[in-house]
Write a protein that binds this ligand. Sequence first.
Ligand SMILES: [Zn+2]
Length: 250
Amino acid sequence: MFVDVHAHLTHEKFITDLPNVIKRAEDMIIVCAGSGHRDNQRVLRLAEKHDNVLASLGLYPWDAVSLTDGETEFCIDHIRSNADRIICIGEIGLDYHWGKGKDDLSKQEWVFSKLLELSLEINKPVLVHCRDAEHDVLEVLRTFEGRAVIHCYTGPLSLVDEFLSMGYYFSIPSLVTKSKSFRKLVRKIPVNRLLTETDSPYMPLITGGRNEPSSVKHGISKIAEIKELKTVEVEEKIFNNFSRVFNFKK
Ligand SMILES: [Zn+2]
């Protein structure tokens, strides 16, 4: 079974035809990632409605920056109180791409560490976003004792071994079909540490288009080609990885 561990089905680009998008992916599992309190509520409603959509609630680093401490606590408490309805926490992480104001960064770090603590408390893995912040994410995860999936990694390849040595996983977007750097990443990571995602509607395979979960199959084919395995073998191995990390039982 195919699995997309990171999609944003609540995005406005899916407003008009979401049922069709989900229908085209009915034979796979989709983990729908939330980015803040309102989005998290939408994610829960969607997961309730569709058997193959699983909820992941989170607080995106740049969304976290604009919240007061009270609003942040409120969002985290909401995730905690819905622990039995979610498969993981995410997306969360650190993102230094849009500037490096000291207050913004310390707020991101505070939120990230709070959500990592919560993941241990409720025994769920985390989906980690890291952009231009790979060294800091690595340092934070060094002391973390839970399960983590690094989503859409675009940092230095030299750090990949360190993430792997700590037991973490990487999810590879279907854009691997077009991106040399994702192909290099796949070459470096053993197949028992790989997961697949789309980051839909982002990272479309056709420039300017809209991505959707069903495109995960293209990513799997490309991974199979790189690893010199059969597509069905890769599909099975990745599904096993998913079941292991996310504690998923059919
Ligand atoms: Zn995302």
